[in-house]
Design a protein around this ligand. Structure first.
Ligand SMILES: *Cc1c(COP(=O)(O)O)cnc(C)c1O
Length: 818
């Protein structure tokens, strides 16, 4: 047991007593009568007691040392569940499990009572969560800053094969780990107009006639692994400034109070469920300014408590902007420095551009945030003035460097064509611009952001994404975690590169058996989950072939399911064709307004209906769509996967992080040379992955030439023509043969994601998987090598790079004197 060494300071009997007392004081019940949810609450409050002293000690140490702090600004934090992870990082997991056993409860079952904190869409939000875990574990001073959405990512149900969205009321039973910090509330202003006042020969800009809300922070503890460090995720709630006081208001004031009440309610009401897609909604811009203004105001106030000279800000604070969503931070910091601290422009700009840094997450055109100037200036009049001045000076700089070159201005200006271009504002206002995988950064430098790169190459850098092994191995896969610790000790928990020591075991038959038996146990666990949640029987001896991620055309779930249709055709029509039994597992939420993505979900479920119920194929293919894919069930899924489907159109997936979670858990990648897949292959060797399809270079070359003609493939490829025809002949929609025509049209007219182009190459790679899996020893070796070579993909490695190269942070040690 890798946690035993820490158990000395855990008081088991005291803990049990506290759980019993908590049930009594919270719910007025003896523990025997408590519901599982109530036991979860009582346990969590008991754990929180263990957290609080460390939390206080950590912040005392930060203040004493007056350390530099990174503020990770993000619209999304996809945290998942807290209880299990907190216990893991406190190194109390096994001890609490034992204590609860003695009280007659199963910790796993108690953990299942906790709703996911699903304050994010997918990879970008989960990255933020992994970064917080690594920052705390490495002892770096950090705040996560975000929004306390009342409703997080919607709950997905499947009715008749279609996705239905249900509200995620994640706070309905309260959140035992959060602490409301009313004393740190600040005001955030919207709308109105800007008035100029001259005082002592200087112009002051004052926003008037505005509506405002009170931003109130809730703090969540982020626990470092076994080091007593507890950082903070600060998420902001909105409250009305004026409370109702009916008899003291005249009609006008009453209406204003109601308006402010409503404004506050709507701002934090719901997370926009768009992944890699920009919708341009006014409320979204409100959300952005709301949490940025609150976070930046608070950070400056805190800085001023310990520091006298505002010019020292860059030595003590970095604002890391997670994509363009927090980019108004650049202008908000300028506003505070000039309007509140009284600095002149040049001084303020120098400080701002040494404090802000920007991470780019995508090259997808539809994800680029561009706000209409009309909307932006109406909602944020003072911020807009500042953006105008930033733009004016930036354009002058461009013209100075490239005299007479209007293209450069057009490509780089912050304001152009009546729009505020947030990526350009982020780059203009930052000292660092980073991509999230080597290939992605290269594409940014050579294509998407070429002009910016040429102007200031030293600003650009790469930080390949990572994931936390504490959640995605130690917590998610205890059997494998214990096996690894038995073999090589437990240093991998805080230094994942140690996994390479496993390489000496990959040819050892006993170890191979142990490793594959653990995979098999995890497949049984997932099969049970699937039976309970989908009522489908799957055979844990079949190959578990998994594609779980947001539903998006560029991620090409459609390629996967078309290939399943193709395999089914072969089983039905080629007597000599055989294949190893395969379970194709999908999990994906589609953005509520993304019609084509939702139709792909319906297609997957329609294929499942036909294939799963055709006895003639003797169970060779099963298709399962796991409802409501999220962090908590992801943990079970990764541990049970044999094959990791990472099949995006090359150049489109900036990094991917799901690919890393699969690799860590011993699933080889079936994928394109896209995002971090490239680096996965570099680490594990191309012979231990199944790589197919066009390269990013090839895709981009076709795009420069205006695409390719999918009809060439339709006309010459019988297998492809057959599955395409089945989309419109009612094979999978007997009641409405036109149901999937939109998919047929998208593939035959343009196929912008090169699905038909990559089809043969994908089918061939899938055949190699089939063959490779039947070589038991060969497969075991490949799976083990994937785990053994996953060290690079720890978010600890990523965060060390950010901390050293961008943030210049120093580690802090925290001790608990009792
Ligand atoms: C890791 C993760 C993602 C990101 O997956 P990709 O395959 O990289 O797109 C999305 N959602 C959840 C719940 C995750 O855990």
């Amino acid at each position: 047991m890798n946690q035993m060494k820490m158990l000395a300071d855990f008081d088991k009997e005291g803990f049990k007593k506290e759980v019993i007392t908590n049930v009594k004081t919270l719910f007025r019940k003896p523990i025997e009568e408590a519901t599982p949810q109530q036991v979860f609450q009582a346990v969590s409050y008991a754990v929180k007691d263990d957290i609080i002293d460390r939390w206080i000690a950590t912040h005392k140490e930060y203040e004493k040392k007056n350390v530099k702090t990174v503020y990770y600004l993000s619209m999304e934090f996809l945290m998942g569940r807290a209880l299990g992870n907190n216990l893991i990082n406190l190194t109390y997991y096994d001890a609490v499990k034992e204590a609860l056993d003695e009280l007659g409860f199963d910790l796993n079952f108690i953990e299942d009572q906790e709703p996911d904190a699903a304050l994010g869409n997918g990879g970008l939000g989960r990255l933020a969560a992994c970064f917080l875990d690594s920052l705390a574990t490495l002892g770096y001073p950090a705040y996560g800053c975000g929004i306390r959405y009342k409703y997080g990512m919607f709950k997905q149900g499947i009715k008749d094969g279609y996705q239905v969205e249900m509200p995620d009321d994640w706070l309905k039973d309260g959140n035992p780990f959060e602490v409301k910090r009313s004393e740190y509330a600040v005001e955030v202003k919207f709308g109105g107009y800007v008035r100029v006042e001259n005082k002592n020969g200087r112009n002051y800009f004052i926003q008037d006639g505005y509506q405002s809300v009170r931003a109130v922070p809730y703090d969540l503890p982020v626990i470092g692994y076994g080091n007593n460090v507890v950082n903070t995720l600060r998420i902001w709630d909105a409250e009305a400034i004026q409370e109702f006081c009916l008899d003291s208001f005249d009609k006008g004031e009453y209406e204003k109070a109601v308006e402010q009440q409503n404004l506050a309610k709507t701002i934090v009401e719901v997370l926009y469920p768009n992944d890699n897609h920009y919708a341009g909604k006014e409320l979204r811009l409100r959300q952005q300014y709301f949490f940025i203004s609150a976070s930046v105001q608070r950070a400056i106030l805190k800085f001023k408590e310990l520091n006298k000279d505002i010019h020292k800000l860059p030595e003590k604070v970095t604002f890391q902007m997670n994509d363009t969503h927090p980019t108004v931070a650049v202008a908000e910091l300028m506003r505070i420095l000039m309007d509140e601290e009284g600095l002149e422009w040049d001084d303020a700009w120098d400080i701002t551009t040494r404090t802000c840094a920007y991470t780019n997450h995508t090259i997808m055109a539809e994800a680029l945030e561009k706000w209409p100037i009309e909307l932006f200036s109406r909602l944020l009049p003072r911020i807009y003035q500042i953006v105008e001045e930033i733009n004016r000076r930036f354009v002058l700089k461009i013209q100075e460097m490239y005299p007479g070159n209007q293209d450069k201005v057009k490509n780089m200006a912050v304001l152009y064509d009546g729009q505020v271009k947030m990526a350009h504002l982020a780059i203009a206002g930052s000292y660092s611009v980073n991509g999230v995988a080597a290939l992605h950064t290269k594409i940014l430098e050579e294509r998407e952001l070429k002009d910016f790169y040429e102007m200031r190459p030293e600003q650009f850098n790469n930080k390949t994404n990572g994931i936390t092994q504490r959640r995605f191995l130690l917590h998610a896969n205890p059997l494998l975690a214990n096996w690894i610790t038995d073999k090589i000790g437990d240093e991998w928990i805080t230094n994942l590169s140690h996994l390479k020591k496993l390489k000496v075991y990959v040819n050892d038959e006993k170890c191979q058996h142990e490793f594959m038996n653990i995979k098999y146990q995890n497949k049984i666990r997932l099969a049970k989950y699937i039976k309970e949640h989908n009522n489908v029987d799957v055979d844990p001896r079949s190959i578990f072939d998994v594609q779980v991620k947001r539903l998006h055309e560029y991620k090409r779930q459609l390629l996967n399911i078309l290939h399943v249709m193709h395999l089914y055709n072969r089983l039905k029509t080629e007597p000599e064709f055989d294949m190893y039994p395969r379970t194709f597992i999908f999990g994906a939420k589609a953005s509520a307004g993304y019609k084509r993505a939702k139709l792909i979900i319906k297609l997957i479920n329609s294929v499942a209906d036909v294939v799963n119920n055709d006895a003639s194929i003797e169970g060779k293919i099963k298709v399962v769509f796991i409802e409501n894919y999220r962090v908590s069930n992801a943990e079970i899924i990764f541990a049970a996967a044999d094959v990791s489907e990472q099949i995006s159109t090359a150049s489109r997936e900036a990094s991917g992080t799901g690919n890393m979670k699969f690799m860590l858990n011993g699933a080889p990648t079936l994928g394109t040379m896209d995002g971090a897949n490239v680096e996965i292959v570099e680490e594990v060797g191309i012979e231990n992955a199944f790589i197919f399809g066009l390269s990013a270079e090839e895709v981009m070359k076709y795009e420069r030439e205006g695409g390719y003609n999918p009809m060439d493939i339709y006309n010459n490829n019988q297998a492809v023509r057959r599955v395409l025809t089945q989309l419109i002949d009612g094979t999978y929609a007997p009641d409405d043969p036109d149901r999937f025509r939109d998919l047929y049209d998208s593939l035959t007219k343009e196929d912008v994601y090169f699905i038909l182009k990559d089809f043969d190459s994908y089918a061939e790679a899938q055949q190699k998987v089939d063959k490779a899996y039947q070589d038991e020893k060969g497969w075991a070796k490949m799976a083990m090598l994937n785990t053994a070579c996953a060290g690079k993909f720890s978010s600890d490695r990523t965060i060390e790079e950010y901390a050293k190269e961008i943030w210049k942070l120093k580690k802090v040690k925290v001790s608990l004197d009792k």
